[in-house]
Design a protein around this ligand. Structure first.
Ligand SMILES: [Zn+2]
Length: 97
């Protein structure tokens, strides 16, 4: 929750909109057109390089990466949902494990 607040910076206001697909003739009534990637970028800080070299546990690497400011796949997806670029269903399809 703290990481989401720190990284997302989306204020909860009356105007906050959760978009859902709505078809039209331009998108063949699917509500979708084209593709957009969700991205997660792990920055190779000195500490991160050391953790990789010493084969640290994946949950420790993940915690450090988030501490270093990594935006996770899910966070990127949530930003794109609120920007109206995709919807919750599409993001959940690629971020649920
Ligand atoms: Zn459309």
């Amino acid at each position: 929750m703290e990481e989401f607040k720190r990284n997302l910076d989306i204020p909860y206001t009356e105007e906050l909109t959760l978009y859902a697909p709505e078809g039209c003739e331009y998108c063949n009534n699917t509500g979708y057109r084209g593709r957009m990637g969700l991205h997660e970028l792990l920055v190779g800080t000195d500490e991160m390089k050391l953790m990789i070299q010493t084969r640290a546990r994946i949950d420790e690497i993940r915690t450090q990466a988030i501490k270093d400011g990594m935006t996770t796949l899910k966070q990127d997806g949530i930003e794109k949902i609120f920007a109206g670029n995709c919807d919750l269903l599409q993001v959940r399809k690629v971020t649920i494990k």
